[in-house]
Design a protein around this ligand. Sequence first.
Ligand code: AMP
Ligand code: ZN
Ligand code: FE
Length: 292
Amino acid sequence: MIDLQMHSNFSDGSDSPTELVRQARALGLRAIALTDHDTIDGLPEFLSAGRELGVTTVPGVEISIDTKLPNNGHMHLLGLFIDPEAGDLKRTLDYLREQRNLRAEKIIRKLNELNVPITMEELLAEAGEGSIGRPHVAKILLRKGVVSSIQEAFDVYLAKGKPAYMDKVKLGEADAIRMVKDAGGLAILAHPHLMNYDTWEETRDKILALRELGLDGFEAYYSTMPAEFSQKLLALAREFDFAVSGGSDYHGANKDNIRMGVGLGDLHVPDAVYDQLKARWEAQRSAVAAAK
Ligand code: AMP
Ligand code: ZN
Ligand code: FE
């Protein structure tokens, strides 16, 4: 069993990268990837814990994409096997992080206008090493008793369309895919079912359009992906030679129904998925080296 999507406290997970590796070892996972949202700052710790504890660790990132989707759908792109030292990747992610801070200040201002007491200092303390996101705001509101659950914080204030919602600066599809490829990684569409297209045909057409931009593949195993959807994706991968990945999207205590490796309980990402991704990445790397 492997798990190629999880988050640490460098974004919105609760566990440190080292704790993730320890858990993976205790569970006997063959390979894991750290895919924090819009940051690669947790990767050095993750990779060195992997070496120390003898767990195969894949350097990754999950990027939010600016694109129009129906039904409140969203698109996330995973970069797997990225080079954490790649300069352009780091610069672009640092820029996104600055934009996140500016957005956080606007969210705070809106909340203050609604007479909700919260300060930027509290938010920075809550996020710690991590880049600031709405879940951090929600946690503070919960702690202060402004809301009685994280979900209520979103439903009343933070979700799209609610009074303290602010859009995030995001990369476009082409830029994000190019950034991942330039950093030597595989560009993998995360949880394609969450794009929320009404039909499978629209999902398929979107994936084929992204392929023209350099997309390598997609997740076909994911905690909340319906089995039927997963089967369709696996068939699409065979037909067009897409890479396939999968993971739980573990966030530790911040999403307490999702467990590492097994997701909601019945997830199983086969070991072969890792072997095939690795082989594909190595082939891509040799091809790039040969072209130079
Ligand atoms: P951000 O990156 O700051 O926009 O925060 C995104 C995160 O907020 C997601 O990964 C979810 O964990 C959480 N989130 C977003 N929308 C909702 C919602 N409607 N209800 C609960 N959690 C949400
Ligand atoms: Zn997350
Ligand atoms: Fe995601």
